[in-house]
Design a protein around this ligand. Sequence first.
Ligand code: AMP
Ligand code: MG
Length: 341
Amino acid sequence: MPDAKCPISTDVSHAARILRAGGLVAFGTETVYGLGANALDEHAVARIYEAKNRPHFDPLIVHIADTGWLDRLAEKLSPAAQSLANTFWPGPLTMVLPKKNIVPDLVTSGLPSVAIRIPSHPLALELLQQFDLPIAAPSANPFGQISPTTAQHVLDNLGHRIDLILDSGPCDVGVESTVVLMTDDRPQILRHGGITQEQLESVVGPVDVHLGNEAEASSVGSSACSTKELHAGVAAPGMLSQHYSPTTPLMLAGDVDTGLISNKRVGLLQFSETHTAARHIADFASVEILTADGNLRLAAASFFAALRRLDAEGLDLILAEPFPDHGLGRALNDRLNRACH
Ligand code: AMP
Ligand code: MG
């Protein structure tokens, strides 16, 4: 592991050389920054788990530049998977497909399926093209912590543990890809993300949702914030009910007992200027307002960065207002529910 903090660069050829040598390169995508290694090199992939302190039961997403690599990594796409690929790739959609032997077991946590995505960010695509091999890349943050949406976030959290950060500016989607299991007859959403359930259903009809823990059964603000079990269901490995967490305790605004927070330094993560449900609860030491007018795309783009700013303020508690539970709001509520502790 390098001792000093790694460089931040925009030199794609240099990044590709590091990947070829088995190194770790964090790179921006349209969703969040990923921590990439050669997906076909088990030693390189092992370094991802080590750098992130990520448990080996949590499989990685394999990124490819175009569909050229698809039939080398996975079995033939079903008609539904083909339609989703045609519509949403490149973009924030990950499909879990039956894998071929070339994909190392370490990438898939021993599962017979592999998660694949074609990102749309031009610099990520250029890196994939120059490297010319698939890149395994989870989000570039220590396991369980807040996902990074700028190069600086990666430097702050993992700068000592990786070889290079490819700076592609702030991520414009701002939440992770939607993960859809395509190995059964009916598509199943395993993680809400940048492509909404409504968008998926407009292409393939009704989809199931299996988020792998109590988050799917509970509405926002209920039991999803209780003590968490560590292993999720088999279909959605790694979808732990606590994740994306700041170090400051976080609660949903509707859940809070106002007596508990008097005399405390409390911050508020507010969805929009016009949505002020929590304002009467306390005098907040710090307030982050995600959008002026309740635009979910803008809220998603600034969500993780705002959470990081609040987390850096040494507050006793962060209160967060839930999002409307449709479109990208589902992905944001999912992140909020898992961030609670
Ligand atoms: P991250 O790399 O942090 O974006 O997380 C990737 C997530 O994709 C994992 O935590 C899993 O929930 C999901 N995933 C990856 N590979 C598979 C797979 N083979 N089967 C089911 N889910 C997967
Ligand atoms: Mg992650």
